[in-house]
Design a protein around this ligand. Structure first.
Ligand code: ADP
Ligand code: ASP
Ligand code: MG
Length: 588
């Protein structure tokens, strides 16, 4: 007999009729002979409704009281679903997060799961009961022995389900939702989005964090770390859905379910070069022209960064392998000759990266990497961040020293450190999915001192407030008095905390100021074949330029290219990129 964990989302439980239909579905799974643990979300939009009620009283509700309020949503659905199951003759019992033994850290609003004390669940399973557990909530052990109800963050019941599957060593975890599985993009915005039969956890982690709400990224993180077989499928139809795959064998240190060692590897890629184009015109089509001509010239570009423009001009910086420098310079100079601007290049660089799914949502990790490099006297030439990786381009001569010091700080063993890894072409598509995130704002810190430690200070002051920077871009241009600009995006919710913290910091820097950009959206293309496919970036930028969409910032990581654009163009950009990579269902 197998143990299955099934999770049903809010829409699937939006009415009594739907709850009864879900009960029928659970009953038939049970009749196939499997043991079942069912995790549920609040009914329909209940969590939003409760949040609105609180907002009618205060704009700044205490996080503890919000947890008390929001956790009631799931308590309604567990009890109703359990009643419906018992009515159908399927013996069931409901449990809140606390009763199910879901222990979290003592943080309200975004607690991580530390462990699940499964004794009670196992006893009930032994009695042949189907167990219905409230997702999205747990209990902290509290200080002084006082238990508190905690919640995991919006969308967190996926995480409850996968954590239960990991702790109970379930044979699989099935996420039932209102779409047939993971699609190439959001079907609410792009009508011909196509179902994927499978997707790697790495790709899904990026997509989920960049706006694909179908899975909570932390659920993917747990599936990837514990090897949980995770399937996303429709609540309405009996179809196969999408299976998440994880190929890599990760090495982990001991720790809680969501509190394992956040970094599980470190690598150094030598022989890198950077080309920086500055003061180039800020208009659609420039990035497209540059990266198209590079790919036509046979150059494979790695990281790309475009800084915020100042009065109608832009800086674009990219990295390539050193042996491609001459060729890349020739192509870039041709462009500069026709559009104007300056060009500079530097070889003898190395790319140091830390990786691990635990980097996600823990801003302190990137900040301690920057701090370690600063303490080692190493200047960071360029930063690229993704959900699972932070890369810094630094002077090659200091590479080995950086490797040693960073390895020590993150307590990595020799086995977890790789010099010049050889990534094999996996023949995966360059772009598998596109995501849109409208939940971000853009902030620039202008005229900050251009010396080691500046980025590290900005990140660490925000990390102290648990604020993650999603896209970090340092401008190339040196300004008067040796200053530069650093731009980044962060979640809208974190805006006031971030501004408050940053204002205090920059008051120490003469002439520095904060600037908030216009409303933005992030559109991202993700695919594990991206590092092996020349011309992907050019294709993305060209497609956006053809629609006259100006790109304000560009940031890439290995398997993703993100463009920051004006919010009003978000949906058009999503549709454009989806069509450009022919990801949709063929309508013929
Ligand atoms: P649930 O209530 O079941 O947890 P969610 O609303 O959290 O459901 O997630 C499902 C929704 O995610 C879908 O209705 C869809 O609009 C949205 N979505 C966004 N991107 C994707 C994608 N790439 N694939 C599938 N659904 C997506
Ligand atoms: N009910 C919670 C929310 O709406 C958790 C979830 O649905 O996963 O965010
Ligand atoms: Mg959800």
């Amino acid at each position: 007999m197998a143990l299955l964990v099934q999770k049903y989302g809010g829409t699937s439980l939006g009415s009594i009729k739907r709850i009864k239909a879900v009960a029928e579905k659970i009953k038939s799974s049970k009749e196939k002979g499997d043991d079942l643990v069912v995790v549920v979300s609040a009914m329909g939009h209940q969590t939003d409704e409760l949040t609105k009620l609180a907002a009618e009283i205060t704009l700044d509700p205490p996080r503890r009281e919000m947890d008390m309020l929001l956790s009631t949503g799931e308590q309604v659905s567990i009890s109703l679903l359990t009643m419906a199951l018992n009515e159908l003759g399927t013996p069931a019992v409901s449990l809140t997060g606390t009763q199910a033994g879901i222990i979290t850290e003592s943080v309200h609003g975004r607690a991580r799961i530390l462990e699940i004390r499964t004794k009670r669940i196992k006893n009930l399973l032994g009695q042949g009961k189907t167990i219905v557990i409230a997702g999205f909530q747990g209990t902290s052990l509290g200080i002084g022995g006082i238990d508190e109800i905690t919640t995991l963050g919006r969308g967190g019941s996926d995480t409850s389900a996968v954590a239960l599957a990991a702790s109970l060593e379930a044979s699989r975890c099935e996420i039932y939702t209102d779409v047939p599985g993971v699609l190439t993009t959001d079907p609410r915005i792009v009508k011909n989005a196509k179902l994927m039969k499978s997707i790697s956890c790495d790709e899904m982690l990026e997509l989920a964090s960049l706006g694909a709400a179908v899975l909570h990224p932390r659920a993917v993180e747990i599936a990837r770390n514990f090897g949980v077989t995770l399937v996303v499928k429709s609540s309405w139809e009996d179809l196969n859905g999408t299976t998440l795959t994880s190929k890599k064998n990760h090495i982990f240190s001991e720790g809680g379910i969501e509190h394992r060692s956040p970094v599980d590897g470190l690598e150094l890629v030598e022989n890198q070069a950077v080309i920086a184009l500055s003061n180039i015109p800020d208009r659609p089509g420039i990035a497209a022209e540059l990266f198209e001509s590079l790919s036509k010239g046979g150059v494979n570009v790695d990281l790309i960064i475009q800084a915020t423009h100042q009065i109608n001009s832009n800086d674009i910086t990219f990295t390539i392998s050193e042996k491609e420098l001459d060729n890349a310079l020739t192509q870039s100079e041709k462009l500069i000759n026709s559009i104007g601007g300056e060009i500079s290049s530097q070889s003898g660089l190395t790319k140091l990266s830390i990786y691990g799914s635990g980097i996600m949502g823990r801003p302190g990790i990137a900040s301690s990497l920057f701090q370690t490099l600063y303490d080692s006297g190493i200047n960071i030439r360029l930063i690229a961040t993704s959900e699972v990786k932070v890369s810094c381009v630094i002077d090659e001569q200091l590479g080995k020293k950086a490797l040693r010091n960073v390895g020590e700080v993150f307590k990595l063993s020799d086995k977890q450190i790789t010099l010049n890894p050889t990534n094999e072409n996996n023949n995966e598509p360059a772009v598998r999915g596109i995501a849109l995130d409208k939940d971000q704002i853009q902030i620039s810190v202008k005229n900050v001192p251009d010396k080691p430690g500046t980025a590290s200070k900005i990140c660490s002051i925000l990390a102290e407030k648990n604020i993650s920077l999603d896209t970090i871009v340092q401008s190339e241009r040196k300004q008067q008095e040796n200053t530069k600009d650093i731009s980044f995006t962060l979640k809208k919710n974190d805006r006031s905390d971030a501004k408050y913290a940053l204002e205090e910091l920059i008051s120490n820097w003469k002439g520095a100021k904060l600037e908030e950009g216009e409303s933005i959206a992030r559109v991202s293309a993700v695919g594990s074949g991206m590092p092996f496919t020349k011309g992907t970036a050019g294709k993305i930028f060209r497609a956006l330029a053809n629609q006259k969409i100006n790109i304000e910032m560009i940031a890439t990581s290995e398997i993703r290219t993100t463009c920051i654009i004006s919010e009003k163009h978000g949906e058009k950009a999503l549709n454009t990129l989806h069509t450009c990579f022919e990801l949709g269902v063929n309508k013929s």
